[in-house]
Design a protein around this ligand. Structure first.
Ligand code: ADP
Length: 307
């Protein structure tokens, strides 16, 4: 039998019924819909990854800028430190020679006060620019908060600021007490400057595997347009500020594998000013990576992260 005769002998194809056609169209529509959904999902994932990449690149750029800035600042600070030592020495010699001359002695004292301020600035620059390697030991959270309070007591009292400390979990964790006390004290200094005769509240709690330490004040808060800049080194709005306090806090927190964020208290929440939150890993989570996670806290709670 030839091919042509086979074709002629084949039974005629059954016509497709309306129901079959509708079924085929429905199946086709369903597949198209699924393809569209997975395309949308992939597009969203690509957008998310692209945003993450951009943010990581920005972070990398920021870190290398900071490293260069830190190196330059540290170099300058070292150069300034030596002549400052000399000036301090000569000012004290002058003061002792001018014991009988009240006006001259007052000038020598003013020189010494200026030198003290410059020394503090140099120390801050070195603290910010230098390597921060926490010497971790078991420490009690309440002890860290208590020591920070002691360090800030004079300033709080002079400004008439009331401080409350609520430590809901007095856990022991691995940390460098000296560095962490300094970080909390820096936040207290700022809170005190902002609150004046108002209040500052420290609260500490354990949230999941992390310690959350928050320092909130009743000051005016941080202007929204500055929220992203206040952790930058040398950023200050104060006449006598150095702009290094928060940059140092950020580095200390990061060196403990933690993160810090800031926001202004929403309407009706007390105290109504700036609200800084430090999160530190505890237990098994300790020793985990550093500050790159900052965006998480910031994004989750409407905080501006200090990364
Ligand atoms: P400095 O205190 O020398 O200015 P910081 O790095 O500690 O340096 O702070 C940077 C800036 O952040 C401050 O000048 C201020 O504008 C802002 N800031 C910090 N803490 C607060 C706060 N609690 N309330 C309002 N603004 C704050």
């Amino acid at each position: 039998m030839t091919a042509a005769s086979t074709l002629l002998a084949a039974p005629a194809a059954e016509p497709i019924s309306q129901t079959q056609l509708a079924g085929a169209i429905a199946a086709y529509t369903q597949i198209t819909q699924r393809l569209q959904e997975s395309h949308d999902r992939l597009a969203r994932e690509v957008a998310r990854l692209r945003a993450e990449l951009e943010s990581k690149n920005r972070e990398l750029e920021r870190r290398s800028r900071l490293a260069a800035l830190g190196q330059m600042a540290a170099g300058m600070a070292h150069e300034i430190r030596n002549p400052l030592g000399g000036i301090a020495l000569y000012a004290s010699l002058l003061a002792s020679r001018l014991m009988q001359d009240a006006e001259g002695a007052a000038i020598a004292t003013r020189i010494a006060t200026g030198v003290d301020r410059l020394n503090a600035l140099v120390n801050d620059i070195l603290a910010f620019a230098g390597e921060i390697q926490p010497q971790k030991r078991p420490i009690l959270l309440s002890a860290v908060l208590g020591e920070a309070h002691e360090l800030a007591r004079g300033r709080l009292e002079a400004a008439g600021t009331r401080l409350s400390i609520r430590c809901e979990c007095d856990v022991e964790f691995q940390g460098d007490a000296h560095l962490l006390v300094r970080a909390i004290a820096n936040l207290l200094f700022n809170a005190c400057d902002a609150a004046g005769e108002g209040v500052v509240a420290i609260t500490a709690a354990q949230v999941g595997g992390e310690l959350e330490i928050s320092v909130a004040d009743s000051g005016p808060g941080v202007p929204a347009e500055l929220l992203d800049r206040i952790f930058n080194p040398f950023f200050t709005t104060k006449d006598r500020g150095t702009g290094l306090g928060l940059a140092i806090v950020h580095r200390i927190v990061e060196s403990h594998g933690g993160r810090i964020a800031v926001r202004n208290a929403p309407d009706g929440q007390e105290p109504g000013g700036a609200h800084f939150v430090i999160r530190l890993p505890t237990g098994a989570a300790q020793g985990a990576g550093t500050g790159n996670e900052s965006a998480g806290l910031g994004a989750a709670a409407g905080f501006s992260a200090g990364a």
